[in-house]
Design a protein around this ligand. Sequence first.
Ligand code: EPZ
Length: 435
Amino acid sequence: MSQCQLTKFSGGYPLDKFIIEGGVRLKGVVEISGAKNAALPILAATLLTDEKSVIKNVPPLRDVYTMLRILRNMGVRADMEDGVCVVHPNGYNNYIAPYKLVSTMRASVCVLGPLLAKLKHAEVSMPGGCVIGPRPIDLHIKGLKALGADLKVEHGYIIADAKNLTGGRVYLGGKFGSSVLATANVMMAATLARGKTVIENAACEPEVCDLADFLVKMGAKIKGQRTPILEIEGVKSLHGVEYSIINDRIEAGTFMVASAITGGDVLIKGANIEHLGAVIDKLKDVGVKITSTKDGIRVVKTGFIKPVDVTTLSYPGFPTDMQAQMMALMCITKGISVITEKIYPERFMHISELARMGAHIILEGSSAIVKGVSKLSAAPVMASDLRASAGLVLAALVAKGKTEISRIYHLDRGYHNIEEKLEKLGVKIKREKED
Ligand code: EPZ
């Protein structure tokens, strides 16, 4: 485990485990935190100006701390207190994002675009693969080259140079559709390029739109947000801003499934119905009652859980980051569901762990065939990646007995204070040190 992972971060130490006693119907109100996947590129975007920025509603998660360490490593003053990040980039001059930090968080690659635009040079460690599958960066490279940058890979680092970035037109779709962080990188670099950039097949995820809104507030000229065609007119410079990021739609979706799987009644405060269309649509097919209130989304489940088929797609399609959570729910239906992963075809590490709890799942290529069972049973299981861990927590909520989930540092990457939030909803959950 790298040094980075051995240091304490929000939520506990890496060698923690959860003990969850199943059988409780979740009831009450849970408040959603800020979106990790909006915070990371927005923190990277602060590199585009010499002026101070203040970013609010930032979740105190390990990945956010890693991004702050990457910024500090470049000579940026970056601090976080009570969910507010204050970033002073003035005069930073180190253009390196080192392997020891990037290897613990693939998303670090999103400093590439801002560094190129501001310092005209960048040396960013290749993100490498992870348990959900390979994490290629060919679209990042293609997009930045379209702006006139020179990029090569040497000794595991992307070495990028751009004497003068000039606007260009680039199609950023890959065989798995659009790319969230490649869109982020190219959009950020284009804000300071000379002339106009058009990105075709841009990612439309809410987190990409939040980044675009942040850049516009900094003085960038961007059109086409929320559509697959982004137009960016380069400007001379950008200024520091005060900004509050959106709430985390994946955390909200996870708690929606938690209410559904336990037959509960939960108000998910701060959930934005506009960000969860595909998830809401699927949960309604499952038989969940979903109502939008002024505070958030209320999720009530009574009666049987109906089996549904799910295919993950780029936004506004069903999010890949909700696939494991949906699979946990489909484990206890009275029928058969097919879950097809079109974004990360290998993102199925949770299947073997769910099987240890009595689930019947057969993997055929990038489709999982889930044959519902009447009940799951508690078992010792191991978290493997962020969203797989969330799926195991959901399964543990309904498994008979006490489930032990080890290596929950994966969960601490994307869910702030999940045990407190679950406890408030009635769940019997304990965090302990792994023996
Ligand atoms: C972002 O990752 C998210 N991470 C991921 O969330 C999320 O699963 C993913 O988007 C898809 O929605 C952050 O925002 C920090 P992509 P990103 O580039 O941008 C392929 C979580 O759980 N691809 O949109 O790295 C890629 O292999 C994390 O919070 C290329 O082929 O994902 C994948 O199949 C996990 N070439 C597909 O595109 C490239 O150059 C979508 O990936 C880049 C990506």
